[in-house]
Design a protein around this ligand. Structure first.
Ligand code: ZN
Length: 118
Protein backbone atom coordinates (compact mmCIF):
# COMPACT_ATOMS: atom_id res chain seq x y z
CA UNK A 1 0.00 0.00 0.00
CA UNK A 2 1.31 3.40 -0.89
CA UNK A 3 1.63 6.11 1.75
CA UNK A 4 -0.51 9.14 1.21
CA UNK A 5 -2.20 12.00 3.01
CA UNK A 6 -5.67 11.08 4.13
CA UNK A 7 -8.45 13.13 5.69
CA UNK A 8 -9.34 12.26 9.26
CA UNK A 9 -13.03 11.28 9.36
CA UNK A 10 -13.38 12.72 12.89
CA UNK A 11 -11.83 16.18 12.63
CA UNK A 12 -11.19 16.67 8.93
CA UNK A 13 -7.44 17.23 9.37
CA UNK A 14 -4.94 15.78 6.90
CA UNK A 15 -2.68 13.08 8.28
CA UNK A 16 0.07 10.93 6.82
CA UNK A 17 -1.40 7.46 6.25
CA UNK A 18 1.66 5.25 6.05
CA UNK A 19 -0.07 2.17 7.53
CA UNK A 20 -3.39 0.64 6.49
CA UNK A 21 -4.60 0.44 10.14
CA UNK A 22 -4.27 4.23 10.59
CA UNK A 23 -7.89 5.34 10.25
CA UNK A 24 -7.82 8.70 12.07
CA UNK A 25 -5.23 11.44 12.68
CA UNK A 26 -2.77 11.15 15.57
CA UNK A 27 -4.62 13.77 17.67
CA UNK A 28 -7.95 11.93 17.34
CA UNK A 29 -6.29 8.58 18.00
CA UNK A 30 -4.65 9.93 21.20
CA UNK A 31 -7.90 11.58 22.30
CA UNK A 32 -9.75 8.27 21.85
CA UNK A 33 -7.02 6.40 23.73
CA UNK A 34 -6.89 8.91 26.59
CA UNK A 35 -10.62 9.01 27.16
CA UNK A 36 -10.98 5.68 29.01
CA UNK A 37 -8.05 6.57 31.30
CA UNK A 38 -9.62 9.92 32.12
CA UNK A 39 -12.97 8.36 32.84
CA UNK A 40 -11.39 5.61 34.99
CA UNK A 41 -9.41 8.32 36.84
CA UNK A 42 -12.57 10.26 37.57
CA UNK A 43 -14.24 6.97 38.56
CA UNK A 44 -11.43 6.30 41.06
CA UNK A 45 -11.74 9.90 42.33
CA UNK A 46 -15.48 9.52 42.81
CA UNK A 47 -14.96 6.18 44.62
CA UNK A 48 -12.37 7.81 46.92
CA UNK A 49 -14.79 10.63 47.63
CA UNK A 50 -17.57 8.13 48.33
CA UNK A 51 -15.26 6.19 50.71
CA UNK A 52 -14.46 9.45 52.57
CA UNK A 53 -18.17 10.26 52.88
CA UNK A 54 -18.98 6.73 54.05
CA UNK A 55 -16.17 6.90 56.63
CA UNK A 56 -17.73 10.09 58.01
CA UNK A 57 -21.10 8.34 58.23
CA UNK A 58 -19.55 5.27 59.92
CA UNK A 59 -17.69 7.55 62.38
CA UNK A 60 -20.94 9.36 63.17
CA UNK A 61 -22.88 6.12 63.81
CA UNK A 62 -20.03 4.59 65.84
CA UNK A 63 -20.11 7.65 68.08
CA UNK A 64 -23.90 7.48 68.25
CA UNK A 65 -23.75 3.75 69.21
CA UNK A 66 -21.23 4.52 71.98
CA UNK A 67 -23.52 7.26 73.28
CA UNK A 68 -26.55 4.91 73.24
CA UNK A 69 -24.57 2.17 74.99
CA UNK A 70 -23.57 4.61 77.73
CA UNK A 71 -27.15 5.82 78.10
CA UNK A 72 -28.45 2.24 78.24
CA UNK A 73 -25.82 1.29 80.82
CA UNK A 74 -26.79 4.34 82.92
CA UNK A 75 -30.50 3.45 82.64
CA UNK A 76 -29.81 -0.18 83.58
CA UNK A 77 -27.67 0.96 86.52
CA UNK A 78 -30.41 3.37 87.54
CA UNK A 79 -33.08 0.64 87.51
CA UNK A 80 -30.78 -1.73 89.38
CA UNK A 81 -29.84 0.96 91.93
CA UNK A 82 -33.55 1.66 92.50
CA UNK A 83 -34.08 -1.98 93.62
CA UNK A 84 -30.76 -2.89 95.19
CA UNK A 85 -31.90 -2.10 98.73
CA UNK A 86 -34.90 -4.45 98.31
CA UNK A 87 -32.72 -7.11 96.68
CA UNK A 88 -30.26 -7.04 99.59
CA UNK A 89 -33.20 -7.23 102.02
CA UNK A 90 -34.73 -10.21 100.17
CA UNK A 91 -31.45 -12.12 99.76
CA UNK A 92 -30.05 -11.56 103.24
CA UNK A 93 -28.69 -14.83 104.73
CA UNK A 94 -30.71 -14.25 107.93
CA UNK A 95 -33.87 -14.83 105.91
CA UNK A 96 -32.52 -18.04 104.31
CA UNK A 97 -31.07 -19.96 107.26
CA UNK A 98 -27.56 -18.73 106.38
CA UNK A 99 -27.70 -20.52 103.07
CA UNK A 100 -24.29 -20.10 101.35
CA UNK A 101 -26.03 -18.99 98.15
CA UNK A 102 -27.81 -16.19 100.02
CA UNK A 103 -24.49 -15.15 101.58
CA UNK A 104 -22.77 -15.13 98.17
CA UNK A 105 -25.58 -13.21 96.44
CA UNK A 106 -25.78 -10.67 99.27
CA UNK A 107 -22.01 -10.15 99.13
CA UNK A 108 -22.28 -9.66 95.36
CA UNK A 109 -25.11 -7.14 95.77
CA UNK A 110 -23.19 -5.20 98.43
CA UNK A 111 -20.19 -5.05 96.09
CA UNK A 112 -22.42 -3.94 93.21
CA UNK A 113 -23.96 -1.21 95.38
CA UNK A 114 -20.47 -0.02 96.29
CA UNK A 115 -19.57 0.22 92.56
CA UNK A 116 -22.81 2.06 91.73
CA UNK A 117 -22.22 4.63 94.46
CA UNK A 118 -18.75 5.54 93.08
ZN1 ZN B 1 -8.58 13.80 13.56
Amino acid sequence: MNSYYATCPRCGAKFYKDEPWKKVCLDCWLKAKRKPETSSDSYVMSLKSEIRNLRHIVDYYEGYCRQLEQENAQKANGKFAGHIKDLIFLCHPDKHNNNPKATAVTAWLLEARKELCQ
